[in-house]
Design a binder for this molecule. Structure first.
Ligand SMILES: *[C@@H]1O[C@H](CO)[C@@H](O)[C@H](O)[C@H]1NC(C)=O
Ligand SMILES: *[C@@H]1O[C@H](CO)[C@@H](O)[C@H](O)[C@H]1NC(C)=O
Ligand SMILES: *[C@@H]1O[C@H](CO)[C@@H](O)[C@H](O)[C@H]1NC(C)=O
Ligand SMILES: *[C@@H]1O[C@H](CO)[C@@H](O)[C@H](O)[C@H]1NC(C)=O
Ligand SMILES: *[C@@H]1O[C@H](CO)[C@@H](O)[C@H](O)[C@H]1NC(C)=O
Ligand SMILES: *[C@@H]1O[C@H](CO)[C@@H](O)[C@H](O)[C@H]1NC(C)=O
Ligand SMILES: *[C@@H]1O[C@H](CO)[C@@H](O)[C@H](O)[C@H]1NC(C)=O
Ligand SMILES: *[C@@H]1O[C@H](CO)[C@@H](O)[C@H](O)[C@H]1NC(C)=O
Ligand SMILES: *[C@@H]1O[C@H](CO)[C@@H](O)[C@H](O)[C@H]1NC(C)=O
Length: 762
């Protein structure tokens, strides 16, 4: 469907032109124009066409946001001369609701860019932001300022958000506070909160929204992310309570995700495309957890387009990659005019009933998350509210005490230019965080779903990292390579610098030639900036077969087989988005990360090193122009199988290696990279030694080898940096699959003072 942009100065002309071309002109074009902005029409001036007003950044259309050309050839709402249609400055809700404090400057209204400061009367202390700025999305920056006296209440004063008023001044257990919003605004969040035994208020802080108020991607990411992750992580921790979570779900537990995307023509094609892309991103992000949910995905207008049938997923007929393909292939064709929101929920209910029949008793272990993208402008099928009630009854199993509320979440993403908030907010369900979002920038929604996993909450998942690569500051690099470690070792008064990788919260893997075996006092590790990131070694274990001089008798001056060491840190590191272990071969967790189920170590190796030219990466540490530490990724190809000999033979001539002793020096434990054929690889530099040679799968990183030695010194710079290989230069990396026994012997050992890593039996 096409869009036509209207400038007020050619407005009168356009209808005449269309008439000449034989286009229908049902609704009048007079009085539609807007001061300071323009409008688009979804289908010219024909019946059913949607008019959308557009204003510059910082303004919103007023009084109408959209108009619909109705069947009787009139606009809804009708254009009026007064108040004139124009672009208004964005306002923020009234901050002068602060109790026991003052707001300056005092103003009738506050507009985008206006700054306010808050002060508490004497005897009161402030929580929240003392300065706030009115933002483009109709919200104040920072958090609600609250002036309170330490009066020993059970719950802290919950404050009053801008634009709201509160009833309730008692903050003891079971006391309730109720909020309402002032006239022009509506309340999003909990209108009622109860002081709980834990000292927390139930629900989440309410906020007063205008029609022009939107949630930023950061807000959505944080709120939606922590809420959906709750479902994902609870399902994960089936056999331990290490994170202090109550295990509510047994191994039979399943997460069913039902996604509905509104593609009715009140939503533009651009919006549809972006919601579709956001759904793809959402599914990709969720797939980085070890939980594999089942998906039902429906696009809808007045009828349904079922993209993925959840029963096919349950039967194994459709797999995750197929889901993504099906979504990506979906293109909006001719859409019918109506919107029927109810049929979507009816379909979800129907699918739940079918799952219930199959699952039998186990159905009570199923969690359900419904995620619907819509503007709520339905005109067929009636309100979905009764259907939502049926869904609740089914999942809650008639337990009115709230004990099963955790098993159902209904999230609504309000999209489009004119959102029917009241209707939509009533459809949300679930405990904990926010379930209703108003999204303006759908492009950002993809980013939002990507960022969801980089919160600190998802602990213990190896190899989890953030994708984005917008800025290459060291800080951001830590999020992309959270397992990265810099290893230093003192030798003859100077320090040798190497790379390493965090493999558990307490162990760093590196090359044996980088450290003094069994001399921890000479070894240290840097895992973040400054003193905080500095870690002393408690112990250093080298592979027992590592012996550089072992093959002197054959003329091999330096022999680097088994060049692998584990550094035990004096104190274990705190896992965060910037510090997290990488996955290593033959562990149970790596199976989970690769979604292999119960598979052997060999099948991991077959998957990770399947091609004879496997694309791998490793890191290099260097300095940028401003002399700041930066980290860069090198791209290489492991030459395996038939390609291997061509690669390793370039070691002849190095440190006494001859054609005869080549196989003695370069044992099968090495992976060879470098050279120009068939791709020009990057080559390792001094300082890259000991670093992880890895492969990424979606959001997870698996270490396959570690950088050991090279045939030629190619790098011009002193240490680190991106350098391309020449035709003779080769690098040799220790294949971790060949040293699993060593890794298992230390990391997998039971009854030590550290938590063992679970290795596969075979
Ligand atoms: C319509 O208004 C929007 C927002 O102010 C502006 O970005 C766009 O360029 C305008 N389009 C035309 C054709 O003037
Ligand atoms: C057109 O129809 C709508 C309802 O369908 C009604 O509210 C409106 O008054 C009608 N307008 C005219 C001009 O008849
Ligand atoms: C603090 O605010 C509350 C609510 O507005 C009011 O009842 C109380 O008198 C105020 N206390 C002082 C000392 O101003
Ligand atoms: C608040 O913003 C409006 C609109 O930009 C501006 O005219 C006004 O001067 C601002 N007020 C203050 C106190 O900054
Ligand atoms: C889980 O499922 C198995 C078989 O499917 C069943 O034997 C077992 O009782 C179930 N456990 C629970 C807690 O429902
Ligand atoms: C939406 O996506 C389809 C298919 O990918 C593409 O053909 C179409 O041009 C896109 N439309 C817009 C407005 O981006
Ligand atoms: C990226 O870096 C530039 C310059 O250092 C900075 O202005 C910008 O805000 C950064 N962007 C992000 C997303 O951090
Ligand atoms: C290393 O190998 C050489 C030659 O076989 C042997 O003499 C030496 O004892 C070995 N060193 C260690 C520490 O095992
Ligand atoms: C995994 O498979 C192995 C052999 O294939 C079997 O011995 C083991 O019991 C299985 N483990 C689980 C948890 O199913």
């Amino acid at each position: 469907m096409g869009f036509s942009i209207h400038w007020s100065w050619l407005a009168a002309l356009s209808c005449a032109l269309w008439m000449g071309a034989g286009v229908r002109c049902d609704c009048p074009e007079s009085k539609l124009e807007m001061q300071g902005g323009n409008y688009t029409l979804s289908n010219n001036l024909e019946r059913g066409s949607m008019l959308v007003y557009h204003c510059p950044e910082g303004y919103y259309p007023y009084p109408a946001i959209t108009r619909l050309c109705q069947a009787n050839n009139s606009w809804r709402p009708q254009p009026k001369r007064f108040p004139a249609q124009k672009c208004r400055l964005i306002e923020c809700p009234d901050p002068n609701v602060l109790e026991n404090g003052s707001v300056s400057p005092p103003q009738e209204k506050y507009y985008v860019g206006n700054e306010t400061t808050y002060e508490c009367y004497s005897g009161y202390t402030m929580r929240g932001s003392a300065t706030r700025v009115c933002l483009n999305n109709g919200k104040w920056s920072g958090s609600t300022p609250i002036c309170s006296r330490d009066s020993g209440d059970h719950c802290a004063n919950p404050g009053i958000p801008p634009g709201a008023s509160r009833v309730g001044t008692m903050f003891e257990i079971d006391d309730t506070v109720r909020y309402t919003c002032n006239e022009d605004t509506f309340l999003v969040g909990s209108s009622e909160r109860v002081c709980q035994e834990s000292g927390e208020w139930s629900g989440n802080e309410p906020a007063c929204y205008y029609k022009h108020t939107f949630d930023t991607p950061q807000e959505v990411s944080k709120a939606f992310g922590s809420s959906i992750k709750e479902s994902l992580t609870i399902l994960e921790s089936t056999d331990d309570t290490q994170e202090g979570r109550k295990i509510r779900i047994s191994k039979n537990g399943t997460l069913n995700i039902y996604i509905g995307v509104d593609i009715s023509d009140s939503i533009s094609e651009d919006y549809v495309n972006k919601s579709r892309d956001a759904v793809v991103k959402l599914i990709t992000t969720i797939s980085s957890f070890t939980v594999t949910p089942n998906y039902e995905i429906i696009f809808f207008s007045s009828e349904l387009y079922e993209i993925v049938n959840i029963l096919d997923i349950l039967d194994g007929k459709v797999k995750l990659p197929d889901v993504k393909t099906k979504l990506e292939e979906f293109a909006v064709g001719d859409r019918n005019t109506g919107t029927n929101l109810n049929i979507v929920f009816k379909k979800f209910l129907e699918k739940m009933s079918l799952i219930e029949i199959r699952a039998g008793k186990n159905f009570k272990e199923h969690r359900h998350a419904l995620i619907v993208f819509t503007d709520g402008a339905y005109n067929e099928g009636g309100s979905p509210a009764p259907t939502v009630m049926q869904i609740k009854n089914k999942v809650y199993m008639n337990q009115a005490d709230g004990s099963r509320d955790d098993y159902l979440d209904i999230y609504i993403f309000g999209i489009g230019d004119d959102i029917f908030d009241d209707d939509l907010m009533a459809l949300t369900a679930g405990t904990g965080g926010k379930h209703y979002f108003r999204v303006k920038d759908l492009e950002k929604l993809q980013e939002t779903f990507d960022k969801m996993i980089d919160e600190d909450e998802v602990k213990g998942l190896c190899g989890l990292h953030q994708y984005e690569d917008t800025n290459s500051t060291y800080e951001l690099m830590r999020k992309k390579y959270p397992w990265m470690a810099f290893v230093s070792s003192l030798a003859d008064g100077h320090s040798k610098k190497c790379m390493g990788s965090l493999v558990t919260p307490e162990f760093v893997l590196t090359a044996a030639h980088c450290v003094h075996c069994f001399l921890p006092e000479k070894v240290s590790v840097q895992m973040g900036e400054g003193q905080h990131g500095f870690k002393k070694a408690k112990d250093v274990f080298c592979h027992p077969k590592y012996n550089v001089t072992a093959k002197m008798d054959k003329g091999i001056k330096e022999f680097y087989d088994y060049d692998v060491a584990l550094i035990q840190l004096e104190n274990y590191v705190d896992i965060s988005t910037k510090v997290r272990p990488i996955c290593i071969p033959c562990t149970v967790e790596t199976n989970a990360a690769l979604r292999l189920g119960n598979q052997s170590c060999q099948s991991q190796e077959r998957l990770l090193l399947k091609s004879h030219l496997e694309s791998l990466n490793f890191l290099t540490r260097t300095k940028d122009k401003e002399k700041r530490t930066v980290v860069k990724q090198k791209d290489v190809h492991a030459k395996l199988g038939d390609n291997r000999y061509e690669c390793i033979k370039n070691a002849v001539g190095v440190e006494g290696i001859t054609a005869d002793t080549l196989r003695d020096a370069v044992t099968d434990n090495f992976i060879c990279t470098g050279g120009l054929q068939p791709y020009r690889d990057h080559i390792a530099c001094t300082g890259d030694s000991g670093g992880a040679v890895y492969k990424n799968f979606e959001h997870r990183t698996i270490q396959i080898a570690l950088v050991s030695w090279g045939s030629h010194q190619v790098c011009s710079v002193q240490d680190g940096g991106i350098e391309e290989s020449n035709s003779d230069s080769r690098d040799f990396h220790i294949n971790l699959f060949k040293v699993v026994d060593f890794l298992k012997g230390i990391l997998g050992r039971q009854n030590m003072d550290y938590a063992p890593l679970k290795f596969l039996e075979n």
